[in-house]
Design a protein around this ligand. Structure first.
Ligand SMILES: Nc1ncnc2c1ncn2[C@@H]1O[C@H](COP(=O)(O)OP(=O)(O)OP(=O)(O)O)[C@@H](O)[C@H]1O
Length: 548
């Protein structure tokens, strides 16, 4: 329940819209009941002649109900969309500090499911649960007052049956849907993860003849999801049937109550009013069983959202910032770091230093800890022991944004975002003008590539856009580094996967950019390390050799 309360509290800012929606919903229900009651009274008393005023009331109620229903839909949906938009922003704001160290723990498809379908599932909370429940409660109270004034003998059983339909049946459907809601949300997330794996790993799966196996994984996830949906449908059908049955019982109670009071004042018109008012009141409680049945699903979605939003970030900004570092010298002092749950440390007592404007190369076999070392320099993680410094200042005393503003990264894993070439460059320099962008592309050796693009800088790259080769992607990353113009360069296998000629060209383009900058280069290959002042060799998390 705590999960829901936390998310409900976030909707406080939209309380006005929600109250307005509930107000219209209540008006629509009340006018609907009054309309049917009045119509009943008129039909039953037709023999006595129909007053002109009553017809006018009938019209006004009919129009009023329609208008109120329309406004209710408008305002409750507006409230819901605003709340969901707030929730997405809140989720993003919480998730951004988790990137990349903590977010890496969730699979892409699963994170996407949390951001999209889990947040969407919460619309049930505001739209289908809170408002209808409030309206139904008020309706029951109102009806008790109206029927009570007509005949307590009729009011007591009808209100009891309404309470059964509005409280008893929803309590049962909520119980029945509790487990299956969680199963449904988990199954939907599994399905999404398996589908994303299929799309992203298509080439590897096909080459390894594993497409059938992946298809079977998807089919299994799909079957689980279907089964959960079936079960939800069965519970929902049972809930509707139960509400219908109770509403029919209420009608019988009205008629029997009237028969018992046949000699009472009012006679036929009153029983017609009571029958129709009761029928209309049941409409207010009819949506509750389904809404409460979906509470399990809503809770599971809320829990999954909170799991991400409330994960502790791997690193935090200092409470009080110290003075900015006086230089761009980098150093690791007796640094040890172990990934959560890992058996051995990825870095074990590492001492390294690069003076301002110096160049350090790091070599070593796969798994030696090279990427971890870069991740610590970028402060994606903090060391368990020792410290990492920039200009003598511990990175923990710097704001992460200030640190990143000083660092340009060129890595083997270049991300080409789905967007135009201009947008792909803008992530490094959002303010750069056309001439600066073109100059950077030229320096990165992409002049001819740019000239051949159909829409120049506005050509769409990435997903479903122009396909970019490995070498071009690396050069786009290089253009980003040049545009960022940061005083420190971290090069993570900058030429991995490139042929010798492209490697030479990329290194030649990098050479002027390295002038006067502090550079740390990680590489298996000799060429990128040749331009370094010093190369340290890392093995199993320790420095085993340092050459000048
Ligand atoms: N997120 C992680 N969680 C747990 N262990 C990790 C994680 N990332 C890396 N490791 C482990 O830490 C050690 C160092 O990994 P790291 O990626 O730093 O090595 P590397 O030298 O960069 O290797 P490569 O050259 O293959 O990229 C390895 O044993 C690796 O399995």
């Amino acid at each position: 329940m705590r999960d829901l309360l936390v998310l409900l509290a976030l909707a406080r800012g939209r309380a006005g819209w929600m109250a307005l929606g509930a107000g219209f919903a209540l008006t629509a229900t009340a006018t609907g009941i009054a309309l049917l009651g009045l119509a009943g009274g008129l039909v039953a008393g037709a023999g006595a002649g129909i007053a002109v005023g009553a017809i006018a009331w009938l019209r006004a109620l009919a129009l009023g109900r329609t208008a109120a229903r329309y406004l209710e839909r408008l305002t409750t949906h507006e409230a819901t969309f605003r709340v969901l938009a707030d929730l997405r922003l809140w989720f993003f704001e919480r998730a951004i500090p988790l990137a990349p160290a903590r977010l890496g723990g969730w699979r892409g498809g699963d994170l996407m499911a949390r951001l999209v379908s889990d947040i969407d599932a919460l619309d049930g909370l505001y739209l289908r649960l809170v408002t209808p429940t409030a309206v139904a409660l008020l309706t029951v109270v109102g009806l008790a007052a109206v029927l009570g004034s007509l005949s307590p003998a009729i009011a007591v059983p009808v209100v009891a049956l309404l309470a059964l339909a509005g409280l008893g049946v929803p309590a049962l459907t909520e119980r029945a849907g509790r487990g299956v809601g969680g199963v449904q949300v988990a199954a939907a997330a599994r399905l999404r993860v398996a589908a994303v794996d299929l799309v992203q790993g298509m080439a590897d799966l096909a080459a390894n003849q594993a497409l059938d196996r992946q298809a079977a994984v998807i089919a299994e996830a799909e079957a689980g999801h279907e089964a959960a949906l079936h079960r939800q449908a069965a519970i929902s059908a049972a809930g509707t049937a139960a509400t219908q049955l109770v509403s029919q019982l209420a009608l019988v109670a009205v008629v029997l109550g009237w028969a018992a009071l046949a000699s009472g004042a009012g006679g036929t018109p009153l029983v017609a009013v009571a029958v129709l008012v009761t029928l209309a009141a049941f409409e207010a409680v009819a949506p509750l069983p389904l809404a409460w049945q979906l509470l399990g699903r809503t809770k599971a979605a809320a829990r999954r959202i909170r799991e991400v939003a409330e994960a502790a970030p791997a690193v935090c900004d200092p409470v009080r910032k110290g003075p900015p570092p006086a230089s761009n010298a980098l150093a690791l002092e007796a640094v040890s770091f172990r990934y959560p749950g890992a058996e051995r440390p990825a870095l074990d007592g590492v001492d390294l230093a690069v003076p301002d404007g110096g160049r350090l190369g790091i070599a070593g076999p796969s798994g030696a800890g090279k990427s971890t070392l870069l991740a610590l320099l970028l402060r994606f993680h903090d060391p368990d022991a020792g410290r990492v410094t920039l200009g003598g200042v511990d990175l923990r005393d710097l704001a992460v944004a200030d640190l990143h503003a000083r660092i340009g990264v060129l890595s083997q894993a270049t991300s080409i975002l789905a967007g135009s070439l201009r947008e792909n460059l803008a992530i490094a320099a959002p303010e750069a003008d056309e001439a600066t962008l073109r100059a950077a592309l030229d320096r990165a050796g992409l002049g001819t590539f740019l000239a051949a693009l159909p829409d120049g800088l506005d050509t769409w790259l990435g997903e479903a856009g122009v396909a970019v080769s490995g070498g071009e992607a690396r050069r786009i990353a290089l253009a980003r580094v040049l545009l960022k113009d940061a005083p420190i360069l971290l090069l993570d296998e900058p030429t991995e996967g490139l042929d010798a000629e492209t490697e030479r060209a990329v290194l030649a383009a990098l050479a002027p950019a390295m002038q006067g900058r502090t550079v740390v280069t990680i590489s298996h290959r000799p060429a990128p390390l040749a331009a370094m002042d010093r190369v340290a060799r890392l093995e199993a998390g320790r420095i085993v050799e340092a050459t000048d």
